[in-house]
Ligand binder design. Structure first.
Ligand code: ATP
Ligand code: MG
Length: 399
């Protein structure tokens, strides 16, 4: 019913790392030639955890757009913009908040997790609890069908789907539909009218696709119903609901949770990351000094790849023969840990080389980046305004 669109964003809280590339950016680059794509700098989201010291946000915003361009995002194909420059996101967030049960937000796994992991920050705020709802607004405002993100975001996409479904159910009733439907049921005779009303009630109470399917199945089973009547009833069932917002789907890459140097999820805030545009010496040093299987103390001790974070990097970076060489060499103590790390270092540096080259023109002339983003903000805002017109009208605010 609406055009297929892709939306995703990232928080400008520091340099992007290999996890962002393997978990999300790879799919961004792939999708940009297939579907209309909108990628945004989530500066309001950055404030949820950095409200007391927002200084990092502005520089990170421009650096992050350069990281995207370095990774291969093409501004001629995708729309790149800044969340706060499309204030309609905030309006939708507010409107959605009216009907969002608190429990839905409190139950999002990242809510408690992040509060525990970032214990040095006070995250007992209204904004932090509402983070997934603002995210829902970011995506729903473009009626996106696909959201390319890392694995940690899957529960957030799930809540977006629930919010879209609830919105459509509450506000998606076709205007004047009730009267038309009642007039038509009168013509059907009392028995059929009863059946019809029963179906409608069922469907409207639940308001989801499953109930619609059930109602259709009941119609199929109903005896003595002419083809014409059946078609008509089908039509009314479908017509009783207008889909104003689209339910999006998460789209994951193969490495949707890239581990960091310590084996935990690679993350800006855990100090275990390799940046996309990190210099060679630093990358080499980080891998050379990263921990391996703790049981393997001496070169002659056999190791267990399953207990080694380097092995997880081999999973992402090495072809089958190198993985085989590393696993066998580790278990038999045939190779040392430094030897085992070398192909990983080489593969990462090789991956980063074209990124450094693509970033250079933008580093030389930052006005190029500003122009790309200015253009993107304008385009995104038009699309957001289209959806907001429908949303306001559906909620009775279409003055
Ligand atoms: P970090 O998670 O590094 O602290 P962040 O949470 O500030 O960064 P987000 O803007 O939340 O960054 O993440 C941007 C995107 O990158 C999201 O789609 C997220 O799932 C993905 N992502 C982040 N880290 C990883 C990772 N280690 N592996 C795979 N995907 C990741
Ligand atoms: Mg994150």
């Amino acid at each position: 019913m609406y055009p297929d669109r892709v939306v995703s964003g990232m928080r400008p809280t520091g340099a992007l790392h290999l996890g962002h590339y393997h978990g999300a950016l790879k799919n961004w680059v792939k999708l940009q030639s297939e579907l209309p794509c909108l990628f945004f700098v989530a500066d309001w989201h950055a404030l949820t955890t950095h409200y007391d010291d927002p200084s990092v946000i502005e520089t990170s915003t421009w650096e992050m757009v350069i990281d995207w361009l370095a990774a291969g995002v093409d501004p001629a194909q995708a729309t790149l913009f800044i969340q706060s420059r499309v204030p309609e996101h905030a309006e939708l967030h507010l409107l959605l908040s009216m009907a969002t049960p608190l429990g839905w937000l409190e139950r999002v796994p990242t809510y408690k997790d992040q509060q525990e992991k970032l214990a040095d920050r006070d995250l007992a705020t209204y904004g932090f609890l509402g983070y997934p709802l603002l995210q829902a607004a970011d995506v729903l405002i473009y009626r996106a069908s696909q959201v390319p993100v890392g694995e940690d975001q899957v529960p957030h996409i799930e809540i977006m789907r629930e919010i879209a479904r609830r919105f459509n159910h509450l506000y998606g009733k076709e205007k004047g539909f009730e009267e038309k439907a009642l007039a038509a049921t009168r013509k059907l005779g009392s028995k059929r009218a009863r059946l019809y009303l029963e179906l409608r009630t069922q469907f409207q109470e639940k308001g989801d696709d499953e109930a619609l399917e059930q109602a259709k199945a009941m119609l199929d089973d109903a005896q003595n119903l002419s083809m014409i009547d059946r078609e008509r009833l089908f039509g009314y069932l479908e017509g009783s609901r207008k889909l104003i917002l689209t339910e999006p789907q998460a789209m994951l890459t193969e490495a949707s949770r890239l581990p960091g140097l310590d084996g935990a999820k690679m993350s800006k805030s855990y100090g275990n990351a390799i940046a996309l545009r990190e210099d060679k010496e630093s990358v080499t040093k980080k891998i050379k000094t990263m921990p391996t299987d703790p049981q393997r103390v001496r070169r002659s001790d056999p190791g267990d790849p399953e207990k080694c974070p380097v092995w997880q990097f081999h999973q992402v970076y090495s072809p089958a023969d190198v993985k085989d060489w590393a696993a066998k060499g580790c278990r038999s103590a045939g190779i040392g840990c430094l030897e085992c790390k070398q192909p990983v270092i080489d593969a990462i540096l090789q991956e980063q080389q074209p990124m450094l080259e693509r970033a250079q023109p933008y580093l030389d002339d930052p006005s190029l980046v500003r122009a790309i983003v200015a253009d993107g903000c304008e385009k995104a805002r038009k699309l957001a305004q289209d959806t907001m017109r429908d949303v306001r009208e559906a909620m009775g605010l279409g003055y």
